[in-house]
Design a protein around this ligand. Structure first.
Ligand code: ZN
Length: 417
């Protein structure tokens, strides 16, 4: 099925390096946070590249940019390629831009070869994927799809009190289109760096993402009793010692609940607040968060049950009160089997090794897959490092992602079977 569309990894690389100059940091990373002047500058650069190959731009009310190339069949909805150009404050050059600029290079190659597709093809740059300046992450896609409320998105504030909607207008990127029209698509593709070490370690060029892990997040409050550090051990109700037992249990629970096929869960405690936080006071209250993820929703439910059971047992044993409160949930999200098949065939035809794998990390494609047939393609990143100025990939990894994307997009935009 190889289309042999002559895409150029060298041109893609030149675009990546040119965009990385906008908000480049001394350590070789990028600080191009969403809705800053630098984000605006990056958007103008992208617009220029897209308009040079005849794409027409539409911007929606939350700043998502859509560049369109018409197809022959007016009844078809667009095949989309997307990602984001916003970065973390000490971000890298590839998390996000790789997905947008591989899409640009595919459309440029199609333009130059004069290929006419049946379905239109669009390139999307989502607003605020990172969530670093305005929370939550994946705001552009989440709002367009209706998972997030548009008014709440517009009213979101950053740490300095700047308002999302005002910043969007200030940098000149609020459009008039209904965000719902941005996601009225036949299919969606996204290329992204793995943000983990496995592809590089195993020498695999392409990760074909089969599903996003189901997630459950909890708030935990352990309440004991403040006491003098000179008080006897036997009478204490030490909230931190109880919390420590439960944190150790989180690791055990994740390892102890394999799903179908033996895949393990993931359990993380990423925050801890100790009160009153005085060196000579036995802590009376501790708060922390638990993040559970699993590729098997039944095993995830068992992990959640085990967390409640461990909390109750520790509370009883130590005379503490332990409250475990559900905070947020995300279902297991499968990616589209037909699109995965296009990608697998493309990888084989172009001679790139590929592996099917889940993602434990959120992406715009994970939101998209809940409403639009979607595919997520991983390429390796050096040492698995991302959200870091040292984030790096090779031009050959970029080439693999680009070629596989090109062939799969042409297959999807061709005649319907
Ligand atoms: Zn990203």
């Amino acid at each position: 099925m190889a289309s042999n569309l002559p895409v150029s990894a060298e041109r893609l690389w030149a675009d990546l390096m040119a965009l990385a100059k906008v908000g480049g940091t001394p350590k070789g990373g990028n600080n191009r946070q969403t809705l800053t002047d630098l984000d605006g500058k990056g958007r103008h650069l992208l617009r220029g590249w897209c308009e040079a190959i005849g794409l027409t731009m539409t911007v929606d009310r939350i700043g998502n940019m859509v560049f369109r190339r018409e197809g022959k069949d007016p009844s078809r909805k667009p095949i989309a390629i997307g990602s984001h150009i916003d970065t973390q404050p000490t971000g890298g050059k590839f998390d996000g831009p790789l997905g947008v600029l591989t899409g640009l290079e595919v459309l440029r190659a199609i333009h130059e070869a004069g290929v006419e597709t049946d379905a239109p093809i669009v390139l999307i740059n989502w607003t605020n994927e990172e969530g670093a300046r305005f929370a939550p992450p994946m705001m552009g896609s989440g709002t367009a799809l209706g998972f997030l409320d548009e008014a709440a998105t517009m009213a979101a504030t950053d740490a300095e009190g700047a308002v999302f909607g005002e910043e969007l207008r200030r940098i000149g990127w609020q459009g008039k289109a209904d965000p719902a029209s941005t996601v009225d698509l036949e299919a969606y593709f996204e290329v992204h760096i793995e943000q983990g070490p496995t592809l590089e370690r195993d020498g695999i060029s392409i990760g074909l993402v089969t599903h996003a892990l189901a997630q459950s997040w909890f708030d935990v409050t352990v309440t004991g009793e403040d006491a003098h550090a000179g008080s006897a051990m036997a009478t204490r109700k030490d909230a931190l010692v109880g919390a420590s037992e439960l944190i150790m249990a989180v690791e055990r629970i994740a390892i102890g609940h394999p799903g179908e096929g033996g895949e393990l869960g993931r359990g993380t405690v990423g925050t801890l607040t100790v009160m009153p936080a005085s060196r000579n006071v036995v802590p009376g209250e501790v708060r922390f968060n638990v993040d559970h993820r699993h590729g098997d929703p039944k095993a995830l439910a068992k992990m959640n049950d085990a967390l409640f059971a461990e909390a109750a047992a520790i509370a009883l044993k130590r005379g503490l009160k332990i409250e475990v409160t559900p905070f947020w949930e995300s279902p297991l999200v499968p990616f589209d089997a037909t699109l995965l098949e296009h990608l697998a065939k493309a990888a084989e035809a172009r001679g790139h090794s590929a592996r099917r794998m889940p993602t434990g990390i959120g992406h715009d494609a994970v939101y998209m897959a809940r409403k639009v047939p979607s595919a997520l393609i991983f390429v390796p990143c050096a040492g698995g490092i991302s959200h870091n100025e040292a984030e790096n990939i090779t031009i050959d990894w970029a080439r693999a992602g680009l070629e596989v994307l090109a062939d799969a997009v042409l297959a999807a935009a061709g005649p319907r079977n």
